[in-house]
Design a protein around this ligand. Structure first.
Ligand SMILES: [Zn+2]
Length: 319
């Protein structure tokens, strides 16, 4: 359904001549498509940058039965797994971390979400985690991450986490995470059963990360920063300044093509591998979705929403 609607919108879009008419038409077509597929999300005006598969999946999950089951797990889960982290972490506000606080405010404003409770914690190291529920989201920023990244890089990371909040991913990520922890407690059988059962969830999760990366890019406003930040997540405290992100992607690609076995692990991964995330962000920046999300007119010949989806699906395909 999504494909057909987007393809139709794209064909009609191409027949429009003037730039302003194109823009007006595209807005109208996307609004109609979004309302048909995702009425509630369209109201939040956040769908323009989301990966369509992610957006549809969130809509499917967002029903009363699943929500009741998942949400009943969340309070207990957050308390059990992250309660100490949240209570020991240093809350981010204008007195504790004024600069970090400004970045959080900027991301909240950019993505039009309610401000999450944000803490800096020593428990997650060089990482950032979003958890909780749509009503009560929490973001934990690792102390190493905060000390190593520049202000611009932190805008990408915090924008990414806020993107999960904006898209309503939080409750499902938290539930999936808790189920995983419980399964891993059962020797051998637990992880195998969990990994088999969760392939579909992980496939969605990888697309939800693509959406969140786009939110991060919109918040930091600079593609080079976004690419370098993704590389920094791999390198930790090693400086990325002298490294070329495009060379990293190219080298990784030729290695990956060499054998299927190396790609099996990606099936059960919650995130696409970093080179794929960089590639996916690159094509997004050259698509009309990027320009529309920034309230800008896409230049002539910019990749359409349908072309973007096809390109990204090709990039993040596991086998
Ligand atoms: Zn994420």
């Amino acid at each position: 359904m999504t494909w057909n609607m987007e393809a139709t919108a794209n064909t009609a879009y191409e027949t429009e001549n003037s730039r302003s008419r194109k823009r007006e038409f595209l807005h109208k077509a996307l609004t109609v498509a979004k309302k048909a597929i995702l009425p509630e999300q369209a109201e939040k005006n956040i769908m323009v940058y989301s990966h369509p598969v992610d957006a549809v999946q969130v809509r499917i999950l967002d029903n009363p039965v699943i929500n009741t089951v998942f949400k009943s797990l969340i309070d207990t889960a957050v308390d059990a797994k992250y309660g100490t982290v949240l209570s020991s972490g240093i809350p981010v506000n204008e007195k504790t971390f004024p600069e970090l606080n400004e970045i959080v405010e900027h991301c909240v404003e950019m993505l039009q979400i309610r401000r999450p409770y944000v803490v800096v914690s020593g428990a997650v190291g060089f990482n950032a985690i979003t958890m909780g529920s749509d009503e009560e989201p929490y973001i934990v920023l690792g102390n190493h991450l905060v000390s190593a990244l520049t202000k611009e890089q932190l805008s990408f990371v915090i924008g990414h986490e806020c993107g999960h909040v904006a898209m309503g991913h939080v409750v499902y990520h938290t539930a999936a995470n808790v189920v995983g922890t419980m399964a891993n407690a059962i020797p051998v059988v637990g992880p195998v059963a969990y990994n088999s059962a969760c392939i579909a969830i992980k496939a969605w999760s990888r697309r939800s990360e693509i959406t969140a990366d786009r939110a991060g890019l919109l918040c930091c406003g600079d593609m080079e920063t976004a690419k370098k930040t993704l590389m920094q997540l791999e390198l930790g405290f090693i400086q990325v300044e002298g490294l070329d992100a495009d060379n990293y992607v190219e080298s990784s690609q030729s290695y990956r093509k060499a054998g299927v076995l190396r790609r099996i692990g990606e099936y059960t991964a919650s995130h696409p591998i970093l080179p794929k995330r960089i590639q996916a962000l690159d094509v997004f920046e050259n698509s009309e979705c990027y320009y529309l999300a920034r309230n800008m007119v896409p230049p002539t010949g910019t990749m359409s929403a349908a072309e973007l989806m096809k390109a990204v699906e090709e990039q993040i395909r596991v086998l």
